[in-house]
Unconditional design. Sequence first.
Length: 220
Amino acid sequence: MGKLITVAGNLGAGKTTLTGLICEQEGFTPYWERPEEHPFQKDFTGDMHKWALANQMEFLLYRCEQELRIRRDDQIAVMDGGFDQDFHVFTKNLYNKGYLITDEFLICERFYNFVRSFLPPPDIIIRIIIDSPTLLQRRIKRVRKTVDQLFNPTEFVELELLLDGWLKGKVSSPILLFPFEHDLNDCTDEIEELIKQIRDIMDTSSGQFSDGTAFPQKDI
């Protein structure tokens, strides 16, 4: 069975860049979000209330299909974002903002719980931590056009709170915390330490230390 590492973080925090750097250095297989390729994304940006459910369910299904391919192959994969973040952060954000009504959110929740009943959670979650001023500067410089360009600064704070609520709750995956203030390409030492932590976890098959205690969240 393949191994799955997911990189979680706010929009524009550097998930895609960090995923690429880890895969390039370790020979892992990257799996991308590619929002521009999703069939409802353009419609969603034009009318969020009308297309939120269709767009979000398609994103969840896409991530589910990616995970299924990863688990069926003998590989170590790194995913920018991922199925769990799509539900716990982005789906809940849509519901909190009123783009999904309660029954629509419950459909997404049922689908998420159903998938997690037969697909295991990620083997590792890497949580990118970034301060708000740096995040907003990156957003301004971002070349890739995404729906977050319509967001105001408050919405990024709301997403950060959802990330914290998810990852500080009951999560069965070991979590590596990756804070940084500079460009990812200037974080050579930090990335080397992150990869060392990944290797340590991947060297165990039980998700535990050799004495049987569970992995805590770790700062890099």
